[in-house]
Design a protein around this ligand. Structure first.
Ligand code: 9WN
Length: 451
């Protein structure tokens, strides 16, 4: 038996899906209902604009049912890229300006040189897009259109990664820093608590997010105020990444963001190879992230990867789902891989929850079964663990996570997140990436694992 324990001793079988066909149809309907004619909204009520990593997950699901829409989803997002390569985390829909805070006026992107005509935010999200593009390409049935898509997407994806690798390596140690919790995609994770000691915003604002979702499932007012203050600060630096090291109070190296960047570089290498370009620089970049992840973010005591301040040795002391993302790294040393799998199967994660995988260790003081990213189970993080476990040579763990995810969706619908203890759906209803990644998990099981 490989290290890291047996899966059947800790995960109770979720029981067979009642109807794969019904779940599939409901997922397709959800994505159709959230389609504006140009892009897919994460949720019609809670998130009325286009979000960056949401669109990548959505394209991965759409690849199962509509190559054309999957390609449009990604290319539409890439059209909003800034000239420095940054891919903004929100592309605004002017018609919905009043219903989401912060709106486009907050970021004032159009007053910044090198920005697109459409209004966007000025921060980024984890770069899942290269994996999405490769997935869409490998699932395609119309080969001519797929080659055109890949050729158009590749230079933009390469520029997106260059921005992160060259402009966001605040410590000069080989990892990209995030400059705001929203950039992690796991906004309210306890991983950010040690780094959020900065000032609250002095500006008066009205939260729109708690109009649709109970406040107990969303960030506290204090956290929200810190988010607004940090976003204002970065905006007032002119989004100039050269000023981050000396002037910005939040520059954090996150294992999930960097593991996705590593995986994305391997996907870019594969895309480059197929297009007849040199894949070697992408593989070299991936290898450099591999070394830096181990050198800077591995926590020997916790047996997982944790976030750290780019400029000081301060680390997050909480094990979260982000720590498992480096399972995507094909060069992970065996002892690291086995400790990660051991923690994943422990009572803190798979072994202790009926509806895994919780986003925070169930035994951590910060664990909160309701509040977003502080404990609930999410479909996108389960999907990443599913791929990571496959790559780590643990198909038993991968299929346990897949089955638990699909059973949860069948039980509670395409909610944004779920109580890991009793499976109650929380956050937004009819949430796009929950539907999209279900399609991918239910589909041919095509998960590119470029080596
Ligand atoms: C802020 C859209 C986004 C996701 C993030 C998730 C949440 C936004 C919010 O919703 O963040 O970007 O208002 O809470 O945390 O991962 O991309 O679904």
């Amino acid at each position: 038996m490989k290290g890291g324990g047996r899966v059947d001793s800790v995960v109770s079988a979720p029981g067979p899906l009642v109807s794969v066909g019904r779940l599939w149809e409901a997922a397709v309907d959800t994505l159709s209902a959230n389609w504006t004619g140009a892009v897919t909204l994460p949720s019609r009520s809670q998130y009325p604009h286009q979000w960056s990593w949401d669109s990548a997950f959505i394209a991965i699901g759409l690849a199962e049912v509509s190559q054309e829409r999957a390609q449009r989803e990604l290319l539409g997002l890439l059209d909003a890229q800034w000239s420095d390569g940054r891919l903004p985390h929100i592309v605004y829909n002017d018609a919905a300006e009043a219903t989401y805070f912060p709106g486009s006026g907050f970021w004032a992107s159009r007053s910044v040189p090198g920005t697109p005509a459409v209004s966007t935010s000025g921060i980024v999200q984890p770069p899942v897009h290269a994996r999405a593009a490769l997935t869409v390409f490998t699932q395609a049935t119309d080969a001519t259109s797929a080659w055109e898509f890949l050729a158009e997407a590749y230079p933009k994806l390469a520029a997106q990664h260059r921005h992160l690798i060259e402009r966001r390596d605040v410590a000069g140690a080989g990892l990209a820093s995030i400059v705001h919790p929203w950039e992690s995609g796991m906004d309210n994770s306890p991983a950010w608590d040690p780094f959020l000691a900065g000032p609250a915003s002095s500006r008066a604002f009205t939260r729109e997010d708690v109009r649709h979702v109970p406040a107990a499932e969303r960030p506290s007012d204090a956290d929200y105020s810190a988010y607004v203050a940090l976003a204002e600060h970065y905006r007032d630096l002119g989004y100039d990444d050269r000023r981050l090291a000396a002037e910005h109070p939040f520059t954090v190296e996150d294992p999930l963001f960097n593991a996705i960047l590593l995986d994305g570089e391997l996907c870019l290498a594969e895309i480059a190879r197929r297009l007849g370009h040199d894949p070697a620089p992408h593989r070299t970049a991936a290898k450099a992230i591999h070394h830096a992840l181990l050198a800077r973010l591995w926590d020997e005591d916790l047996g997982t990867f944790v976030a750290r301040d780019a400029r000081t040795p301060t680390r997050s002391g909480t094990a979260t789902i982000a720590g498992f993302a480096p399972l995507l790294d094909p060069w992970l040393p065996t002892f690291v891989r086995d400790r990660l799998i051991g923690l994943l199967l422990s009572p803190g994660f798979l072994g202790g929850s009926r509806h895994p995988v919780p986003t925070t260790d169930l035994r951590a003081p910060a664990f909160d079964r309701c509040r977003y990213w502080r404990g609930p189970t999410w479909v996108n993080t389960n999907w990443l663990v599913w791929i990571g476990a496959s790559r780590a040579g643990r198909p038993d763990v991968a299929s346990a996570v897949r089955e638990a995810t699909l059973a949860l969706l069948e039980r509670s619908g395409f909610r944004e997140y779920f109580d890991p203890l009793d499976g109650t759906g929380r956050g937004a209803h009819d949430f796009s990436w929950s539907a999209a990644l279900a399609l991918n998990m239910l589909g041919d099981g095509v998960v590119p694992l470029p080596s």
